[in-house]
Design a protein around this ligand. Structure first.
Ligand SMILES: [Zn+2]
Ligand SMILES: [Zn+2]
Length: 445
């Protein structure tokens, strides 16, 4: 069941009490009704997902994360693709590609691949498992909330599922060169992805924060009504406190908006634009077969796939590598300019656009992962060799910079700018409140 906030509590079992929340996408303070099993609460102004309720979510998520962690350890040990040609077999683990790229003086890509495929998923799983298992103790260690506050920030940089799609593209391209066999690590990685998706669906981070509170791990700080309400960006607790003081629950700094949000976003998006051209002009790889080969750019790769009649793959790479980065940049600049101008047009749609841009960016890494796998496996000397091209570094930088740009943009500033321009936010969305004080905004009687 989908609820809009400030709706009456549904009949049936209530598993969480009504709480005051600030929407992270539009900045509206609102009361989230008590939820029953399976309910999802949405912001009534911009539609953002505020809360979902699952019974025993911590328990089920713990098992999913344990499964993901064990499978990830397995995937790191086993070969993920075998390539057979002229009587020889070449095996690659997930570390072979980064090692080969390092040998070609492309350590930048090795670092990005190792961080997004190995380091971040490992650290993320270790942190979350320490927290979930620690919460089962009678007196959990005091540093657990701090550990958990890092988890949400790591999530976009964990790219196991993107790697799997890159592996699929590489597998299809390799079949044209030699016999390829899928190794056990690829199945293990698919298992990691399924476990992580199941855990993400199951676990609402709010439940973990409330579990800390239930264990008495929230600092008792008296409310300071003179400072008004402020919502914690990390654990979403709403408190009456001074800006830049520490959140009593997660110990993060309390900030009304992301600091220097627009400036940081302009800088990152601007740098990404500068690199977008070299990323598309310079070759990302060269396939040399029997001593002959032409360097191929990103669009060249798409054309090759299309010429080989692999239309779905050609479309996939075209979307992920060319359309998505361009769309992200255009969307970010549109949002930046409109926010700077105090535009009041289509606030709800722009907030939705921001959520979309923020979620799709990581999928552009497909080509980088595909290149890593090709370089790892195609080392057949005179018969076939794949060499990485300089365009790949520029391309990986574009993807990383646009991800940072989207992360630094604070969508609440779009609503602030419209409000400052004198726009009546009542007319946007469903019966939004507009009042000077957060108390009135929150609809607290
Ligand atoms: Zn909202
Ligand atoms: Zn907090």
């Amino acid at each position: 069941m989908t609820l809009h906030c400030d709706d009456a509590a549904p009949a049936g079992e209530e598993i969480s009490g009504a709480i005051l929340r600030e929407c992270q996408d539009c900045g509206l303070f609102q009361r989230v009704a008590a939820l029953a099993e399976g309910d999802v609460a949405h912001c009534r102004r911009c539609g953002a997902n505020l809360r979902k309720a699952h019974l025993n979510s911590l328990n089920r998520a713990t098992w999913c994360y344990i499964g993901a962690f064990l499978l990830l350890l397995l995937a790191m040990q086993l070969p993920f693709l075998d390539l057979r040609s002229v009587g020889r077999t070449y095996q690659a683990t997930i570390f072979t590609g980064p090692a080969q790229l390092e040998g070609h003086n492309m350590w930048e890509i090795s670092v990005v691949v190792l961080i997004t495929l190995v380091a971040v998923p490992c650290v993320q799983l270790m942190l979350i498992l320490s927290v979930l298992l620690g919460l089962r103790m009678a007196r959990p260690p005091a540093f657990l909330p701090r550990l958990f506050s890092w988890v949400a920030g790591l999530r976009p940089w964990s790219m196991v599922e993107v790697f799997l799609l890159g592996a699929f593209v590489a597998y299809t391209r390799l079949q044209a060169i030699a016999t390829v066999e899928v190794g056990p690590a690829l199945y293990a990685l698919a298992g990691v992805m399924l476990c992580m998706v199941a855990a993400d669906v199951e676990l609402d981070h709010q439940d973990v924060w409330e579990a800390f509170e239930a264990k008495g791990m929230k600092a008792q700080v008296p409310p300071q009504p003179q400072h008004g309400y402020i919502g914690c960006d990390c654990c979403h607790l709403v408190v009456q406190a001074r800006e830049r003081s520490r959140c009593p629950r997660c110990r993060s700094r309390l900030l009304r908006r992301k600091p220097y949000s627009l400036n940081r976003c302009w800088a990152m998006a601007g740098a990404a634009v500068c690199l977008y051209l070299p990323a598309n002009i310079y070759p990302i790889l060269t396939l040399i077969r029997f001593g002959q080969g032409q360097p191929s750019t990103i669009i060249g790769g798409v054309i090759e796939l299309a010429q080989a009649q692999m239309w779905p793959l050609a479309l996939l790479v075209l979307m992920a590598s060319i359309v998505v980065p361009l769309f992200k940049l255009v969307a970010l600049f549109t949002m930046l300019v409109m926010t700077g101008d105090g535009s009041v047009t289509r606030l709800r749609d722009r907030t939705r656009l921001y959520r979309f841009v923020d979620s799709i960016g990581r999928w552009s890494m497909i080509d980088v992962f595909m290149l890593t796998i090709l370089v790892a496996l195609v080392r057949l000397g005179f018969v076939a060799t794949v060499l990485p091209g300089i365009g790949a570094i520029a391309f990986a930088a574009v993807v990383v910079l646009t991800m940072f740009a989207a992360e630094s943009f604070d969508p609440r500033l779009m609503w602030d700018a419209a409000s400052e321009a004198g726009y009546d936010l009542e007319t946007e969305g469903v019966e939004a409140h507009r009042a000077p004080g957060p108390r009135a905004q929150a609809g607290v009687a």
